[in-house]
Design a protein around this ligand. Sequence first.
Ligand code: HEC
Ligand code: HEC
Length: 396
Amino acid sequence: MLNGNAATIAALALTLLAPACGGNAPDAKGEAKTAAKPDAKTTAKADAKPDDKADGKADDKADDAVDDGAATPAAAWSWQLPTGIHTPPKVPDDNPMSAAKVELGHRLFMDKRLSVDGSRSCYSCHQNELGNADGRAKALGPGNKDLPRNSPTIWNVGLLSALYWDGRAADLEAQGLGALKGGNMGLGDGVEAKAAEIGALPEYADAFAKAFGLAPGTAITGKHVTQALSAYERTLLCGDTAHDRDAQDEAAKRGWALFSTTAGCITCHAQDNFTDGLFHRTGIGASEPAAEGADLGRGKISSNADENFMFRTPTLRNVARTAPYFHDGSVATLEEAVRIMAGGGVRDHGPVDANLLDRKLTDDQIADLVAFLKSLDCPGALEVIGDQKVDGIGGA
Ligand code: HEC
Ligand code: HEC
């Protein structure tokens, strides 16, 4: 169903969001979600089909780039934004979007060979069935290594101004390198060797050359890998939710009214992606800074003790599906998470953000807020390639 060579994101947006549009595509969704679809994958993704290229401007440009050795130009890319998303992701000057690069990034995102022991793809912890997270309180890395934080949803990461709960990565490219090197993919110093190894595989060599306008045989670097992953991630836009389409039920409408006024949520969960991109202390996971295992959050990155236990406001898109909640996965249900937020945060260890107050909501009002958050369910699904089963991580 996906023409990987389409020049614009229109095709991608359709793939990702088709189940939303008109709500008439349960089978498209089912298809996209079916984990083991090796042949769908080969037709849709693996080959660079030359005949499709005639209508694929980006591909033509990529070919030009091969010819003159210049970087792939961005001009051919046009964003088709889903309802509710008004601004496209920021694209770094040195990593322009192209259909070839997005397609390559998609394959890499789904490829377990990118991890140190072949046990994890990026998708392993950002799965459709688990809200594009992993359903665990804290992530489980290769070698079943326990990681310190909860996996966030992958939707709309291209819209975030700082990546990770503590905002330590300024863009997706930096985040991707972090994921490869750190506990998620476990490569450590082996990123460059891994990139060269993957880039030399017959099924990838042409795709890298095309995506980056490289002469055949050019060694692939970690930068190529993270740039392709990032281009793909920028296409993962979640809009067209019931809220965006003004198709919420009554409870969700009441919840939205509360959310945006008396409950004060929108102060921080602001704008299209329901985040202000700023760091706040909500008291979740707070302890004495010197306590063993304390996660200082932003304070550790900025080395500013005033920012200890501050975390970046997360998106609330798809939030009903990403239990458990918060950076430490400490809260099991959405209702409980809403109660904490509407109750003024956790105040056991020092002050919390001044915008977090006990709003004295009734149980019915909490239920309405939850109903509103459910109206933010993302309609799309990542197109899964290959077998994505992972021991210890559900779904797939
Ligand atoms: C073992 C599970 C795991 C794997 C594998 C994994 N991630 Fe993640 N991902 C996480 C966790 C946990 C975080 C949050 C970490 C933090 O904030 O310190 C995260 C955060 C992110 C974020 C930032 C989201 C945000 O809201 O700021 C992006 C983007 C992302 N991952 C993409 C990737 C990519 C690309 C790969 C493959 C190279 C990958 N992930 C592999 C668990 C994983
Ligand atoms: C002062 C800013 C602020 C306000 C006001 C605020 N939040 Fe949050 N919210 C945050 C931050 C920061 C986090 C992440 C905290 C953490 O994980 O440590 C968060 C996390 C959440 C989460 C968990 C998301 C996830 O993916 O784990 C939910 C749900 C939530 N907020 C809902 C609400 C609701 C509903 C309101 C209004 C009653 C609200 N918030 C008000 C800043 C705020």
